[in-house]
Write a protein that binds this ligand. Sequence first.
Ligand code: HOZ
Length: 423
Amino acid sequence: MPGVSHALFNAARQYIPGGVNSPVRACAAVGAEPLFVERGLGSRIICADGENLVDFVLSWGPLILGHAHPAVTRAIREAADRGSSFGAPCRDEVELAKAMVDALPGLEMVRMVNSGTEAAMSALRLARACTGKTKFIKFDGCYHGHADPFLAGAGSGVATLSIPGTPGVPAAAVADTVLCPYNDLESVTNAFSAHSGNLAAVIVEPAAGNMGLVLPEQGFLEGLRELCTRHGALLIFDEVITGFRLAYAGAQGRFGIDPDLAVFGKIIGGGLPVGAYGGKAEYMRHIAPQGQVYQAGTLSGNPLAMAAGLAALRVLRDSDYAALEQKVEDFCKELAAIFKNRAIDVRINRMASMFSIFFTPRPVRDFADAKTADTDRYARFFLYMRERGFFLAPSAFETAMASFAHSDEDFLSFLKAAAAFAG
Ligand code: HOZ
C-alpha cells in the first residue's frame, strides 16, 4: 500500500485507535489499509493517492444521490452562511420532520437526533417506557448501532471483526436482549411464550443490511407485526439503512407493514450526521418535554444537517426509484451469471439499490447462512476490484449500495472486471 494513504494511516494510528474513527473502514478484514478520501463526486471517490474509484459503499448508505450532489451542497453552503448551530429550533427541522411524516406511512411524529445509534437507543427507551416492560427481541446479525443493549449477536463491524461480546458492556446491559434468528418466526413465537408479559419490543431491520444483505421472507414481517400486537409489544423498524433507500416510503411503505416506532439515519441527513426516531403519536407524545421520557441533544436538529437532509429528500421525492432498481437488478443478474458460468458458488441478495455478494452455495436467509460465505474469496475480490477502480465494502458482512449517480458504464465496467476475476 504505497504513498499518501499509507503515510496518513501511520500518522493516524498514533492519535486515533486503530487509525480510524469507525472499525470497519480500517479494511483489515480484507487485508488492506484504509483509503483516505480527498473528494467525492457523483459515483466516484478520489483518494489521497490519486485512486479514482467507483464507489459502492457511498458512506455506508447516505449518498443515494451520489457524492456532492449540487442541491445538497448548495443547501449546506447556504445554511452554513446563516450559522452552524443554534441550540434552538430552526425552520428546516419542521420541514424535514414534515417531509418524513408525509413520506413514511407509519410515521406520525419524529424526533431528530445525531446518529442511528442514538435513535435506536432512544426508541428502545421509549418502547420500554410505553409498555412498562424491559426485555426486547433483536435478531442475530442485525445491527442497531453500538449502544450497550444492542451489542449482542450484532452484525456490521462486530461481525466483521468476530467480536463475541464487547468488553465494557456489562452482562446486565444485554440480559434483557433476547436473540432470535432472522426470518425465524417460530423462534420469535417461542420467545414470546418464554418471556410472556416481559417483552417491550421487537426491533428489526426490515431488510437486514449489516450481515450482508438478507431479505425478509414472505410473512416474516407480517408475523412480527401480528405477534407484537397480540402480546402488547412495540414493533420497531430500524430503517437507518432502508429509509428512503428501498423506496421513498421506506421499508414500511414498500412492504406495507405499520411499525409502532421506526429509527432513521443516513439518507435523511444527506451525508451529514443525523438520526431520527418516530412513529405513532400515542407513543411519541411520551417524550420530554411533552412527556416524561427524557432524551436530549445539543446538536439535535442541527441546521446544516437539516438543510442537507431536506434538500436530499426534495430531490428524492421526484427520483425514479423503479428505474434505479431495474438497473441494479439487471446488473446483479449478470454478475450472478458470470460467477455461475465459472462454477463459482455465489448468492447475490438484492433489493432496490442494495446488493450483497456471498460466496457460498446456499441461500442466505439468516446470519448463520451469511457466515458460511467464503470471506477469503470476498477479500480477494475486494482487492482485485479495488485495483481495477471499484470500491466495495471492506467486509463480507456489509451491503453494497448503488446511487442515482451510477452510470451504465459504471455497472458495465464492474461486470467486465468481475468476469476477469472469475477467470
Ligand atoms: N451501519 C454502518 C455499517 N453497516 C456503519 C458503518 C460503520 O460501522 O462505520
